[in-house]
Design a protein around this ligand. Sequence first.
Ligand SMILES: [Cu+2]
Length: 123
Amino acid sequence: MITLTPKNKMAALLCGIAFLNLSLFALGGETKEADGTTKQNRIEIKDFAFNPQTLTVKSGEKVTWINRDDEPHTVVSVEKQFKKSTALDTDQEFTIMAGAPGTYTYFCSVHPKMTGTIVVVKS
Ligand SMILES: [Cu+2]
């Protein structure tokens, strides 16, 4: 049996606070740049194409697509590595969080010739 002295109690409390901070950070899932801004991983859908066509991000970062066409488009992972989007109307956005490192290829289910790739690297 361990008896908590006041000193030990303080250590346990600090430990708990540190753990909580880590948890909150993990939940945030956004990478802060050196200047304090949140990194934006954006892919524009324009003229029936994903721009940029290949994007490299770190695991845990968010990726947002925005449809700049007048046509609806979708974002669907070929290997179901992320949840597919609904049909995106003009200026509508879709965001995922990059999971495990790997190559995520995706396409638009309305126009299957529209394809793109996200390369997820270790954070
Ligand atoms: Cu499309």
